[in-house]
Design a binder for this molecule. Structure first.
Ligand SMILES: Cc1cc2nc3c(=O)[nH]c(=O)nc-3n(C[C@H](O)[C@H](O)[C@H](O)COP(=O)(O)O)c2cc1C
Length: 339
């Protein structure tokens, strides 16, 4: 089950019992990737999103991981820093941070409705060790909270993605310019997390092609094949890719998929995602393009999605209006298929 932000934590970003129930209902996925989870106040910009920087949050997550384990599943925590995709409302008026001085397009969800993003400032080089430490600590907290591992969120236009791609990284130092420099932060964060919790409990998510949340690259194939090769040398638990498909949530992309090139250089387990339904997923496994497929939206209204695939049962559509809404409606009230 791929990561799905659902907005059911408290206003202070602490877990609720509802979240334990929701995740336990979906434990037959085998492995659940948690929704994006804030590693620091600086990197959090989503109402009612969960986080992992306080004791209270760790205690809250313990209920979720215990419920999932009790139901026979496993769960990784997705570690998240939104970079420039943080409205100043979330950080007491402070400027959001990014690779460079840029402004994200569109609007942020805030507690006071939609608001435009503010211009981000470039993270100073002397701030990067602290940032890497935030990832490391969040990984430690995740393991303390009972997670089976962590997935570093390097996809979808968030902070590390902003460093990776030349559309948003215009720095002039060793974290910018040539590909080896732009993947430096990804490598250093991953190395820190691996050092803290072990490579076998560390995964990475990348979204190699197509502009996402205003972040794009002039040569995604070269960039992401190099990034994947770098990740491959670390013996990670797996590498998860999100590549746009016709029905993907970020729309279509005319860019050729990078996954085949990544498959050649990343020799660990590769998980593909976006827009898959069962037959195409099976085909991707059968012809060796992937070792696993992550399903996202299908799990929202089908807590027993694997059972439905196996027995060729119809899928429930689900209500888009309750994606990010607080409360149980559209969250824990989807029934399992009979049988
Ligand atoms: C409501 C919603 C929330 C999402 N939240 C996250 C998230 O927290 N982290 C992430 O990496 N991707 C997130 N995604 C992307 C999904 O993980 C997945 O890549 C996307 O839905 C495409 O896969 P699918 O076609 O199987 O749904 C989200 C997508 C949706 C629809």
């Amino acid at each position: 089950m791929g990561p799905l932000t659902r907005g059911r934590a408290t206003r202070d970003h602490v877990l609720t019992p509802l979240m334990a129930e929701y995740h336990a209902q979906r434990a037959s996925a085998g492995l659940i990737i948690s929704e994006s989870t804030g590693i620091s106040r600086q990197g959090l910009g989503m109402p009612f999103a969960p986080c992992l920087w306080s004791e209270e949050q760790v205690e809250g997550w313990k209920q979720v991981t215990a419920a999932v384990h009790g139901a026979g599943g496993r769960i990784f925590s997705q570690l998240w820093h939104r970079g420039r995709l943080v409205n100043p409302d979330f950080v007491v008026g402070a400027q959001p941070v990014s690779a460079s001085v840029t402004t994200a397009p569109d609007h942020a969800h805030t507690y006071n409705g939609e608001k435009p993003y503010a211009q981000a400032r470039a993270l100073r080089i002397d701030e990067l060790p602290g940032l890497i430490q935030d990832y490391r600590l969040a990984a430690r907290y995740a393991i303390d909270a009972g997670f089976d591992g962590v997935q570093v969120h390097d996809a979808n236009g968030y902070l590390i993605n902003q460093f990776l791609r030349d559309g948003s990284n215009h720095r002039r130092n060793e974290y910018s310019g040539r590909v080896g420099n732009r993947i430096r932060l990804l490598r250093e964060v991953t190395e820190a997390v691996v050092a803290e919790v072990g490579a076998g409990r560390t995964a990475v998510r990348l979204s190699p092609n197509g502009a996402i949340q205003g972040v794009d690259d002039s040569d995604p194939e070269t960039l992401f094949v190099a990034a994947a090769a770098c990740m491959g040398s670390m013996g990670l638990a797996f590498l998860a890719l999100r590549e746009p498909e016709p029905h993907g949530t970020f729309g279509t992309s005319n860019v050729a998929p990078v996954a085949p090139g990544i498959r050649k250089v990343f020799t660990g387990p590769l998980v593909l995602n976006s827009g898959y339904e069962a037959p195409r997923a099976q085909a991707a496994l059968d012809d060796g393009r992937a070792d696993a497929i992550a399903f996202g939206r299908a799990f929202r209204a089908n807590p027993d999605h694997p059972h439905r695939i196996q027995d060729h049962l119809a899928l429930t559509e689900g209500n888009v209006a309750t994606w990010y809404k607080q409360g149980p409606k559209g969250y824990v009230d989807y029934a399992r298929a009979p049988g």
